[in-house]
Design a protein around this ligand. Structure first.
Ligand SMILES: Nc1nc2c(c(=O)[nH]1)N[C@H]1C(S)=C(S)[C@@H](COP(=O)(O)OP(=O)(O)OC[C@H]3O[C@@H](n4cnc5c(=O)[nH]c(N)nc54)[C@H](O)[C@@H]3O)O[C@H]1N2
Ligand SMILES: Nc1nc2c(c(=O)[nH]1)N[C@H]1C(S)=C(S)[C@@H](COP(=O)(O)OP(=O)(O)OC[C@H]3O[C@@H](n4cnc5c(=O)[nH]c(N)nc54)[C@H](O)[C@@H]3O)O[C@H]1N2
Ligand code: SF4
Ligand SMILES: [Mo]
Length: 738
């Protein structure tokens, strides 16, 4: 690894007096009121920093430092449970790979230790030079769903209103953009409607392209708690861990969801199982949808879906049985698709037409991925203006400008480019400076080779802000800013059911690493716009500012006084406007009154004809469809954190592996555990073959946690959400030459 060898000359240490000065007198450098402090209590609570389930962990402290943790029993989310990542959440903090000082690339291309003073000046000088040479918008940022929303808000405000940058996006584009767009168009606001209690109160749970046994294990525990003897339906090309626990598994052809859900809707209409009174009162556009469905008779559609006519008929009956509570849950099998938005809306349509929304155990429910993806949807200032507002709306811009006490002209009146457009901008020389925060783009972005080549050859200045200096992305950087991680800072996350909870500083960051919050303040100071953020001096002060931005919005949280209130309540779900009272179980779902957020209060039926072909069809040279996704519950994404836990490392294979059906392997002459070559139009990798009868023939599955995987993936995007389609690329697999 490039940066871990301390003897390496790259590690010439420079303990410039200014660094010490900066750490001792933080206020002078705009760092904020107090230095990172550790909670002195014997135990404290923190929301887990991995997935969006949002489990609450009790952290045990000795002399103010975390020594251990256990899941909180008295929290409405996890009720005393945690998955392996949660139990091991403290381990990644003491990894030897932690970035401990700023590192700056010198004129020989080597990384050199730098001081914060120097690094922040360099950040300002280099980005300003680029902006004056190529225009303000030649600098862009890519952020994350894995930092507190107070940090997201500060970052978004500094970049867009302080640096004058228009283009910023985040890894939530890879993940949740489809759900965001589907909800916005259908409901009038990005609003996942459910509460986790719905897992327990449903009679029929349908998991579409979701594998919660691996990806959201504690949500799955809530399903296991369901005492209504539910039917559990899984729609997934693979017989996943979740499918194996289900009562019904429909092994769909990849990307046939849209067609299948229209066929279900066709059957429901045909069998007169629609809820007319719900449709009349609370929806619009059903007549057009009704017409459209004529073409989706199961007899005609079945071959396209990979299911039989009787399977489709059975599925349709199960989800439309009168008097039954039906809930749909979807994740990346739907979102990561070139027609993801319409697929998600096809699910929403099924709920609307059967009246399965706004009641216990129902809902069109998108499950979120990262710990604070929901926070980024409201407060990252990327796709939306702070608080779920619209950059293009004059009234919204004025409202936010007034709250922040800034000139409205500072707020861009156009939407940012999406992630792929920013990358395209790098390719055609429109973006020359890039700042990447808390995402490992060079591993996780689609069609990786082309992308990293662009970063290397086109950018004049790349800044990476991460906990580790060893990530694939950090290795490309000109400047690395060492960040504190979960457990080393304060702030709030919002989980998948819209529950806001706090995280706490329970350990000191290593070396000179600073919380992202303080890094942003320092950089704002260096940029000469520190005054704009005078009031943003602690995470809780920013919470109060962001809270004001939600006033009158569907996500209004003006009724939450303070972090203390959040802690006492066991988290609070949005909305929570002034005057709201918490009811007994502290569980709330949306749309109980049938009112949606469009101006007429109605939800919309939205639909369009599915594509006739996959974005990249299998062919003679690349006859297999490559699926990618989560491998084990002990691996997190690009593994920067999970690989540093000795416990977790024992729980998953260390080398990249590919799952394939035994009959396919036999045809090609590949044996179990042999290394095979997998190739696509974009690259080739070796992977160990795991024979898996859970796979369909003609399909391969690669877990996304290995750095090689995105060398193969095909870059196609949903036209509405611009989310990449990671789960259907054409590839070939060949036996190793012996
Ligand atoms: N352990 C662990 N947990 C995680 C994460 C992690 O990295 N590790 N990441 C978190 C994040 S950010 C996210 S977004 C979530 C993701 O959570 P999930 O979406 O549940 O996980 P994936 O494995 O990406 O995809 C789910 C399933 O989609 C299926 N699929 C592929 N193509 C199709 C299709 O065309 N149609 C249908 N119906 N299904 C299809 C795949 O076979 C896979 O089983 O997990 C979160 N939780
Ligand atoms: N082929 C394929 N690719 C995929 C997917 C797939 O299913 N298939 N899924 C996509 C999805 S849904 C997602 S969400 C993305 C995830 O992709 P990434 O966001 O790239 O994955 P992570 O490994 O979570 O990267 C987070 C980075 O932030 C750093 N970090 C953690 N905490 C902090 C912090 O507090 N501050 C700072 N500054 N840094 C921190 C970590 O060290 C790590 O480098 O991957 C996408 N890529
Ligand atoms: S399920 Fe998610 S939130 Fe809960 S402990 Fe595991 S990773 Fe953390
Ligand atoms: Mo994600």
């Amino acid at each position: 690894m490039l940066f871990t060898n301390k003897k390496n000359s790259l590690f010439r240490r420079w303990n410039g007096p200014l660094t010490k000065d900066l750490l001792q007198k933080p206020a002078q450098y705009g760092l904020g009121k107090t230095p990172e402090k550790v909670t002195p209590d014997a135990t404290t609570q923190s929301i887990c920093g991995f997935c969006a389930t949002g489990c609450n962990l009790k952290i045990h402290l000795k002399n103010g430092e975390a020594v251990n943790l256990s899941p909180e029993t008295n929290y409405p989310v996890n009720m005393g449970m945690a998955c392996p990542k949660g139990w091991e959440a403290l381990s990644p903090l003491s990894s030897p790979d932690r970035a401990t000082t700023p590192l700056l690339r010198n004129s020989h291309g080597e990384m050199e230790v730098s001081s914060w003073q120097n690094a922040s000046q360099e950040f300002a000088t280099r980005f300003k030079e680029i902006q004056s040479k190529y225009g303000k918008d030649s600098v862009a940022f890519i952020s994350t769903g894995q930092i507190p929303f107070e940090e997201m808000g500060l970052l978004g405000a500094f970049a867009k209103f302080g640096m004058g940058v228009s283009h910023g996006d985040g890894n939530t584009r890879q993940c949740m953009a489809t759900s965001v767009m589907a909800y916005k168009q259908s409901f009038g606001f990005d609003a996942p409607p459910y509460t986790y209690q719905d897992f327990e109160e449903s009679d029929v749970l349908v998991f579409c392209g979701a594998n919660p046994c691996i990806a959201h294990p504690i949500m799955w525990q809530r399903v296991v708690n369901n005492k209504r003897d539910p039917k559990i339906i899984v729609v997934d090309p693979r017989a996943t861990e979740t499918a194996q626990c289900a009562t019904h598994h429909y092994p769909i052809k990849p990307k046939a969801d849209l067609t299948l859900y229209y066929a279900l809707a066709h059957c429901i209409v045909r069998d007169q199982r629609i809820d007319h009174s719900y449709l009349d009162q609370h929806t619009q556009g059903f007549e057009e949808f009704f017409e459209f469905l004529t073409d989706y008779a199961p007899e005609k559609i079945a071959p396209k879906t990979g299911l039989s006519v009787s399977q489709i008929e059975e599925f349709a009956r199960l989800v439309s049985e009168p008097g039954k509570r039906v809930s749909f849950w979807w994740t990346m099998g739907i979102n990561q698709s070139y027609e993801g938005v319409r697929s998600a809306q096809a699910i929403i349509n099924l709920c609307l037409m059967t009246g399965n929304i706004g009641k216990p155990g129902t809902g069109a429910n998108s499950i979120t991925g990262q710990c604070n993806a929901m926070g980024s949807r409201l407060f990252s200032n990327t796709t939306n203006l702070l608080g779920g507002h619209d950059f293009k709306n004059d009234r919204h811009r004025q409202k936010i400008a007034d709250i922040l006490e800034i000139d409205v002209e500072k707020i861009p009146s156009e939407n940012s480019w999406a992630y792929d457009q920013i990358i395209e901008g790098i390719g055609n020389d429109k973006i020359k400076g890039l700042w990447i925060i808390a995402t490992n783009t060079a591993h996780s972005w689609i069609n990786q080779k082309e992308f990293t080549e662009k970063l290397r050859s086109k950018l004049e200045f790349l800044v990476v802000q991460d906990m580790y200096a060893t990530t694939e992305t950090a290795q490309l950087a000109d400047l690395i800013l060492p960040a504190a991680g979960w457990g080393e800072k304060d702030g709030c996350f919002i989980n998948s059911e819209r529950r806001i909870g706090t995280i706490k500083a329970v350990k000191r960051p290593p070396g000179e690493a600073l919380s992202d919050f303080r890094i942003f303040r320092l950089l704002a100071h260096a940029y000469g716009v520190g005054e704009m953020f005078r009031k943003w001096d602690t995470p809780e002060a920013v919470f109060q500012i962001l809270k004001k931005c939600t006033k009158g919005q569907p996500c209004d949280i003006t009724g939450i006084d303070s972090y203390k209130t959040l802690n006492k309540a066991g988290g609070i779900q949005w909305p929570f406007p002034v005057g709201t009272e918490l009811r007994g179980s502290n569980q709330r779902r949306l749309f109980e009154n049938g009112k949606f957020y469009h101006s007429n209060g109605k939800a919309r039926f939205l639909f369009s004809a599915p594509a006739q072909k996959l974005a990249e069809e299998p062919c003679k040279d690349y006859p297999f469809i490559l699926l990618t996704g989560r491998g084990t519950s002990s691996q997190w994404h690009t593994q920067t954190r999970t690989q540093s836990s000795d416990v977790l490392r024992k729980l998953y294979p260390h080398e990249v592996y590919v799952e394939m059906h035994p009959r396919d392997a036999e045809k090609i002459g590949i044996k179990d555990r042999e290394k095979a070559l997998i190739s696509s139009r974009r690259g080739q990798i070796y992977a160990q073959v795991y024979l898996a009868p859970t796979m369909q023939e003609g399909q391969l599955f690669l877990p996304m946690h290995y750095r090689e995987v995105n060398q193969l993936t095909h870059a196609s995007f949903d036209p509405f959400s611009r989310q990449p389609s990671y789960k259907a690329s054409a590839v070939n697999i060949t036996a190793p030459l012996s």
